[in-house]
Design a protein around this ligand. Structure first.
Ligand SMILES: [Zn+2]
Length: 456
């Protein structure tokens, strides 16, 4: 099931040699140079025409305007490069094309925004790129991509084979079965490392889920990565906890060092900068470890279950929450949902989003009674009506799974379960269909198992 062609980005951390590091910087510098050169040219032209207009020169006798299409900019650059940048041959011509293409996009966005053709927040006139603007460069033609039979290097125009920090297996698999076409490669420098991101067209041929009739509810945990309605607790990726601990240590270290002060205009110390760079790197590591764990989870879910039920959280509201744990869970849920939605489309899996107001945590998965209040600190759900005692996240996950089963079996009941929270005894819908108790036996077992997990 599924199928079709999708565009996917594959990103790898690079470990370039010192010479390659220089070459990468040179290419990014070349891109910046061409961008600024083109911008200066367009700006001068606009200024000239503006001035002429103010002298009352008629429109047909103004200095002709410079075209800012990527094609024209490139043509103009090729005519001027020997004079303005005699060193141009040091870099692949793609470096300059990349800067000019970016400039054309930025100018186009600005013009469209000004004329009302482009919606959304107003786009300003592009500014010159300074030395501190991010290093990046995009290659769209030439020799780039993977190297046959070598999963530890990527090929870049002019720069050659660059060692990757990790295996390129995830992309190589698609290339080797002839299902991938690499359209472009973008190198960038962030948090002290070089990355390459390949934009790849992939023909998807995903297997259908092994249990098409099964529905699984997923609740993102705070202590663990997620809790599934099957009773399984998906642990956090191993690297995550280590990285978090290191992060806390570095943040304490940074606090002891001399940071910048806006009021006194004190410059930060070199030691403070070093710690900040390490912190930035660790933040990336934490985010990567978490995303990696979510990818493994989302793939496994769509390969197994015919329906995946997630909560439609008010993510933008949650991420403003000052409680870090909630913040992290909210960001994770948004990412998991994004991943599951596209992966589900590939393998024909149904994604069911529970209504934002559905009280998945406060509802008893045994009898359907809804608690008026459940504090975030209460990690165990205790039902006042039937006496069920269950891990909070597992209870929520089971409610989500039941939601999908209920709606597929009798769609007319769907409306009743989407009532806002605060309705203290919302038993009608659940009693009517009885699906909340559709998983009869394991309450005792689940309870014991989860008692262990939460104290671990
Ligand atoms: Zn109950």
């Amino acid at each position: 099931m599924g199928g079709g062609v999708v565009i996917h980005a594959y990103r790898f951390v690079l470990d370039p040699s010192p010479g390659q590091d220089d070459a990468l910087r040179s290419h990014c510098g070349g891109r910046r140079y061409a961008f600024n050169w083109g911008l200066a040219r367009v700006k001068a032209n606009l200024g000239q025409r503006e001035a002429e207009k103010s002298y009352g020169i008629p429109a047909d006798r103004l200095t002709p305007s410079v075209s800012w299409s990527a094609y024209s900019l490139r043509k103009d650059w090729n005519r001027a490069k020997d004079a303005v940048a005699p060193w141009w041959a040091e870099n692949s011509k793609e470096a300059y094309s990349s800067g000019l293409a970016n400039l054309a996009t930025a100018l186009g966005d600005w013009a469209d925004s000004r004329s009302g053709k482009r919606r959304g927040p107003r786009v300003g006139f592009p500014g010159f790129k300074g030395k501190r603007s991010g290093l990046s460069c995009r290659f769209t033609t030439g020799a780039f991509g993977l190297i046959d039979g070598d999963r530890r290097h990527v090929k870049l125009p002019r720069i050659g084979a660059v060692r990757t920090h990790e295996s390129t297996r995830k992309l190589a698999r698609h290339v080797e079965r002839g299902a991938a076409r690499i359209r472009s490669a973008t190198v960038s420098h962030r948090a002290g490392r070089w990355f390459v991101s390949f934009s790849v067209e992939i023909a998807r041929d995903d297997p259908a889920p092994t249990r098409p009739d099964s529905a699984v509810g997923v609740d993102l945990g705070v202590k663990s990565l997620a809790v599934l309605s099957t009773g399984e607790t998906v642990p956090n990726p191993r690297h995550l906890e280590t990285a978090r601990r290191d992060l806390r240590r570095l943040q304490r270290q940074a606090a002891r060092r001399v940071g910048p002060d806006k009021r006194t205009r004190r410059q930060p110390s070199q030691r403070w900068r070093t710690t900040q760079a390490r912190i930035a790197r660790l933040h990336t590591a934490v985010a990567n470890a978490r995303r990696d764990g979510l990818h493994k989870l989302s793939t496994r879910l769509v390969r197994t279950h015919g329906t995946v039920v997630l909560e439609d959280l008010n993510v933008s509201g949650m991420t403003k929450n000052r409680r870090l744990a909630r913040h992290v869970a909210g960001v994770g849920m948004a990412e998991l949902r994004r991943q599951i939605e596209y992966k589900a489309a590939w393998s024909g899996v149904r994604v069911h989003l529970a209504d934002r107001w559905y009280p998945s945590s406060k509802t008893c998965s045994g009898c359907g009674a809804v608690k008026a209040k459940l504090r975030l600190s209460e990690r165990t759900f205790r039902c006042d009506a039937c006496g069920l005692v269950l891990d909070r996240d597992l209870n929520a996950a089971r409610n989500l799974a039941a939601l999908a089963r209920r709606e597929t079996s009798s769609p007319s009941c769907g409306a009743t379960i989407n009532e806002p929270a605060g309705n203290p005894r919302q038993t009608r819908a659940t009693r009517a269909t009885g699906t909340a108790t559709g998983r009869p036996a394991p309450t005792g077992a689940g309870q014991r198992r989860h008692g262990n997990v939460s104290t671990a």
